[in-house]
Design a protein around this ligand. Structure first.
Ligand code: ZN
Length: 308
């Protein structure tokens, strides 16, 4: 079965309300889960994606009201890109002007049209024009199928040396190197959404600094626990990389490791998915907590800012 590519990307944001408005109203994604950071339960963990939160469409945030801005540099994700229909790049440029979204003129990378833009925290994002069949990402998102975001295109990682990271993408996650353009190396996993990882080799450059607008980690897909266990074994045997113990994230089960270039990677199972604790048509409406945190619901709710 073809469960490969990116599962989700998790980033750090400023105020939750501003983050929610940008991703749901301006970009038209669905809030598929409103929960808390399991390791820091007085902070939200907001998940945006397509109608069902399919792997390869999910961008998640830890919003902190007063976060200091991050700085992109070595050992970090330097761009997170979504797919949109190629014919709607002009429509999106117009929307960004109308909404006051910081953006640059479209450019070409690997022959594709790329519209770089920033979210309100300065996170580096891009829309990439593709000729995939149009699909309604989220019927209630307010953006028609003609223009809707079609999940992730992929991420770009900024690295001192691309080879060890490239080896892990190929050996563990089933990516193949498909091209080079300047300092940019492109890997493709063949997945319809979130199938691309680009590595930008920059040599001695400033280290990234985590903060608002920076990506916390990139999660790759494993179909199930057995597939994940196989990856963990191959990482140890072939790359001398040891992962964390498996952690239950309610909607997927995860292990984490820092890849040789310094980027935090996660391996997340496709199962059980976001409808495990609320019906598909009600995703994202209620504050969901893992069972262990339910006894503290009142206290947690009081500490979280009001967002909707
Ligand atoms: Zn994650």
């Amino acid at each position: 079965m073809s469960a490969n590519g990116i599962h989700h990307v998790t980033a750090i944001a400023g105020p939750a309300r501003r983050n929610l408005d940008f991703y749901t109203r301006v970009l038209g994604l669905r809030l598929v889960k409103k929960t808390v950071n399991f390791d820091d339960p007085e902070t939200y963990h907001l998940y945006y994606g397509d109608e069902f939160g399919r792997p390869g469409t999910i961008l998640t945030f830890f919003p902190w009201e007063h976060v200091a801005p991050g700085r992109i540099g070595v050992g970090e994700t330097s761009e997170t890109a979504f797919k949109v229909p190629l014919s709607s790049i002009g429509w999106w440029t117009h929307r960004f002007v109308a909404e006051g979204v910081a953006h640059e003129a479209p450019t070409k990378v690997f022959g594709e049209t790329v519209l770089p833009f920033r979210d309100p925290d300065g996170m580096h994002l891009a829309l990439i024009g593709v000729t995939d069949p149009p699909r309604l990402a989220w019927p209630e998102g307010g953006i028609s199928a003609e223009h809707a975001i079609l999940g992730f295109h992929g991420v770009t990682l900024m690295l001192r040396d691309v080879a060890p990271t490239g080896a892990i993408l190929s050996d563990i996650f089933g990516f193949a190197e498909i091209g080079r353009e300047g300092s940019l190396l492109r890997f493709d996993s063949g997945a319809a959404q979130g199938g691309i990882v680009q590595l930008r080799g920059v040599g001695d450059f400033l280290q990234g600094r985590p903060g608002g607008g920076s990506v916390h980690h990139v999660a790759f897909r494993a179909a199930d626990d057995a597939a994940q266990a196989g990856m963990v074994e191959r990482l140890a045997a072939g790359h001398g990389v040891v992962t964390t113990e498996q952690k239950d994230r309610s909607y997927f089960r995860s292990v984490y490791f820092r890849e040789p270039g310094g980027v935090l990677f996660e391996i997340a199972t496709d199962i059980p998915g976001f409808s495990v604790d609320e019906a598909p048509d009600a995703l994202g409406r209620a504050l969901k907590l893992p069972l262990g945190l339910e006894p503290r619901r009142a206290q947690i709710k009081a500490a979280l800012p009001e967002i909707a």
